[in-house]
Design a protein around this ligand. Structure first.
Ligand code: GRF
Length: 192
C-alpha cells in the first residue's frame, strides 16, 4: 500500500477517480492529505466527503513560492505521505517540495508530452488540428511538464469532435490511467 498526498487546484475529478479506485479495491493506497492551492474549490469538498484531511492554501501564501512549498512539504511529511500526486494542481512545484519527495511527485497532463505543454493542453491540441492526442503521467521536476514519462495513452480526435467532447474523452482516459499508474507503483510493477 502506498500513502499518498494529492495536490489540487480545482474540481478534483482525478482526485475522485483515486478515491473511487481505492474504495473499489483497485488501488492499494491511502490518501493521507489533500492540499489545494485555492480555498473553496470543489475538490476540497470531495476530500472532506471521503474523510481525508485537507490543507487549503490561498494566493497570498504563494507570494513566496518556496516558503509555500516548505509548508506543503512539512504537512505532507507529517501526514506520512510517501508519494505526491498532482491532480490539476496549477502551481509550479519548487525545490523544497521536490527535494522532500525526490522522484516521488507525479503529475498528469491532458496531452501527449512533449506536445502541448502548459495549462491548456486539450484546447491547444484541438486548435492545432491534431488527429491524435492523449494523456501523459510523468514525474514532476523543476521544469514544467518536462519530467520523465511513466505512461501515456492516445485519444483519437474524431472529425465531429468539439472541444467539449474531446475534453470528455480525455478526462475519461485520465480517470482510468492515473489510478492504474499509481497501482503499478503500489504493487512494484512500475519502479521509479
Ligand atoms: C486535468 O485535465 C489534468 O490533466 C490537468 O488539470 C485537469 C484537472 O482536472 N492537469 P480535475 O481537477 O482533476 O477535475
Amino acid at each position: 500500500m502506498i500513502r499518498l498526498g494529492v495536490l489540487i487546484s480545482g474540481s478534483g475529478t482525478n482526485l475522485q477517480a483515486m478515491i473511487d479506485a481505492i474504495a473499489a479495491g483497485e488501488l492499494d493506497a491511502k490518501i493521507e492529505l489533500v492540499v489545494s492551492s485555492r480555498e473553496s474549490v470543489y475538490g476540497l469538498k470531495r476530500a472532506e466527503a471521503a474523510g481525508i484531511p485537507t490543507l487549503a492554501m490561498c494566493a497570498a501564501d504563494y507570494a513566496d513560492r518556496e516558503a509555500a512549498d516548505r509548508r506543503i512539504a512539512e504537512a505532507l511529511l507529517a501526514a506520512g505521505c510517501e508519494y505526491v500526486a498532482m491532480a490539476g494542481y496549477m502551481r509550479m512545484v519548487t525545490e523544497p517540495l521536490l527535494s522532500a519527495f525526490p522522484n516521488r511527485i507525479i503529475n498528469i497532463h491532458p496531452a501527449l508530452l512533449p506536445s502541448f505543454k502548459g495549462a491548456h493542453g486539450i484546447a491547444d491540441a484541438f486548435e492545432y488540428g491534431v488527429k491524435v492526442t492523449g494523456v501523459t503521467v510523468h514525474i514532476a521536476n523543476e521544469e514544467y511538464d518536462c519530467g520523465p514519462i511513466l505512461a501515456q495513452r492516445a485519444v483519437e480526435v474524431a472529425d465531429d469532435d468539439t472541444l467539449e467532447s474531446l475534453e470528455d474523452k480525455i478526462h475519461a482516459v485520465e480517470h482510468e490511467l492515473y489510478p492504474q499508474v499509481l497501482q503499478d507503483i503500489a504493487t512494484g510493477k512500475l519502479v521509479i
